[in-house]
Write a protein that binds this ligand. Structure first.
Ligand SMILES: Cc1cc2nc3c(=O)[nH]c(=O)nc-3n(C[C@H](O)[C@H](O)[C@H](O)COP(=O)(O)OP(=O)(O)OC[C@H]3O[C@@H](n4cnc5c(N)ncnc54)[C@H](O)[C@@H]3O)c2cc1C
Length: 446
């Protein structure tokens, strides 16, 4: 952590700002190029079709943004965080749906006007043209994915079912790419336009394949992760110790999480995110899971010696983002896991830990946390009780200020259930803790 603080003090650009600048520059440059190509390709057969084309071209650009947002590029992920990138992916996704629907409606309207026919007839005629049919199919898949991603439906579906449907997006992307090449002149009007468009798609798909497939496969082949031990922490929580080869080369930081598969125990397609609950030391990794459903409850039965498939490490809940010498680490329940890992880092500075649990018996990893806080000369406040059962809310601005009077001068790391995290973030806003000092991990990706 000390090294990171020095980097910030030397006046370097904050990592998150560097990543945002890089992203915005990339977006703006490509929007400008696409606008120029669009104007250069000339108008459509009538005004409506010109506007339809405009929306179509921008839908294509949004698709490429979607690919890059979920490519899990390590440089971006460590600076922005997968949770925030996933939220952006969600917003870009819904913008994509509206853009595609507008494009499709205007295409039908445009041709209906041109041919003086009804929209229904025009739609049927267009679906008989192969290039248009590809676009219609792509739009239908995108629409289905958007519908299952609305909060009410998403909550009712099992994660794996939802995720499986979501993967159909790649089919939609393939269909729409061919549709674009066949239907619009924007990307075929000149040698430059064609080369640019192919290069952009190859880059986006290349990034996706590298981040989602090549890097995880290579890492697992290289490190050959295995379960070294399974240790129950309480009736509801268990730690899994994972070992492997050359772990010193794995770029893992305290506060990050991995996506874990236990193929001998679960279906190969079942993958769950769990934070590293110990500071990575080059010798082994540890996760600590609270029983929430099938996978987490069953982890205590994973055989020692069995293979583990690990994707990651991911996440920006790390000391890379430290801006101040002092820090407050706030954890709720099993949200203690990344906090415990952060506490194990050298040079943590002046530390205060607020650990919220129903009762002391529920406080997972409490002994380790106590020991590390004592070793760092810090303070630990164990806040027991149920929120809403009398007394001041533990994370209201008054309580936070009473517990940590100089909180505005510190970095604040928060990890816990969504309601608690929201309460803490609101308390910090009321206390005017600068946003760049606040770092949150929500244990939820979408
Ligand atoms: C970044 C991150 C770090 C986490 N770290 C920890 C940790 O250190 N310790 C801990 O106990 N829990 C952690 N969790 C929560 C943990 O991932 C879920 O409790 C676990 O996946 C539940 O799986 P299950 O099969 O036991 O339960 P299920 O009943 O299948 O799922 C329970 C809940 O977990 C969600 N979930 C299931 N699978 C996934 C998935 N692959 N990706 C995202 N959400 C999923 C479901 O949508 C559901 O809301 C973390 C979550 C995230 C996003």
């Amino acid at each position: 952590m000390a090294a990171v603080n020095n980097a910030v003090r030397r006046g370097g650009v904050a990592p998150v700002d560097a990543a945002r600048w890089a992203m915005w520059t990339c977006v703006i440059v490509n929007v400008v190029i696409v606008e120029a190509l669009f104007l250069g390709a000339g108008p459509g057969k009538n005004g409506v079709l010109t506007v339809a084309k405009f929306f179509g071209v921008h839908a294509a650009l949004l698709m490429l943004c979607q690919l890059l947002l979920v490519a899990r590029l390590p440089w971006l992920d460590r600076r922005i965080g997968m949770d925030r990138l996933t939220v952006w992916h969600r917003w870009v996704g819904f913008s994509l749906v509206w853009t595609v629907l507008t494009h499709a409606t205007l295409v039908v309207l445009g041709y209906a006007t041109l041919d003086d026919a009804s929209m229904g007839k025009t739609f049927l005629a267009l679906s008989g043209v192969p290039a248009s049919l590809l676009g219609i199919l792509a739009a239908a898949v995108i629409l289905v994915i958007a519908v299952v991603s609305t909060r009410s439906l998403r909550r009712r579906l099992r994660y794996e079912v939802w995720h499986g449907l979501h993967l159909l997006l790649y089919v939609a992307l393939g269909l729409s790419f061919v549709h674009q090449l066949l239907e619009t002149k924007t990307f075929t009007s000149s040698a430059f336009a064609t080369a640019y468009w192919w290069a952009l798609w190859l880059f986006a798909f290349g990034a996706l394949l590298a981040g989602r497939v090549a890097v995880p496969l290579w890492r697992n082949a290289h490190h050959r992760f295995r379960v070294a031990a399974v240790v129950p922490e309480s009736d509801h929580a268990v730690s899994v110790y994972v070992t492997g080869r050359h772990l010193g080369k794995l770029p893992a930081r305290a506060g990050q999480f991995c996506i874990w598969r236990f193929p001998g125990h679960n279906h190969w397609w079942t993958a769950n995110p769990f934070s590293l609950s110990a500071t990575p030391d080059g010798e082994g990794l540890r996760l600590t899971a609270k029983a929430a459903g099938g996978t987490s409850a069953g982890l205590r039965n994973v055989p020692v010696g069995s293979r583990v498939f690990v994707e990651g490490p991911y996440g920006a809940f790390t000391s890379l983002h430290r801006t101040r010498p002092g820090a407050v680490l706030i954890a709720g329940g099993v949200g203690i896991t990344p906090v415990r890992a952060l506490l194990g880092e050298q040079g943590t500075g002046d530390i205060v830990v607020l650990y919220r649990v129903r009762s002391e018996a529920d406080a997972v990893l409490l002994d380790e946390v106590r020991e590390l806080v004592a070793l760092r000369g810090g303070r630990l406040h164990l806040l027991t009780g149920r929120t809403g059962e009398g007394g001041a809310p533990p994370f209201g601005p008054d309580s936070l200020h009473r517990l940590v009077p100089d909180i505005t001068e510190r970095d604040v790391y928060v990890c816990g259930p969504p309601a608690m995290t929201t309460a803490v973030l609101s308390g910090l806003r009321d206390l005017k803790v600068p946003a760049r000092q606040v770092h949150a991990e929500r244990f939820g990706l979408a």
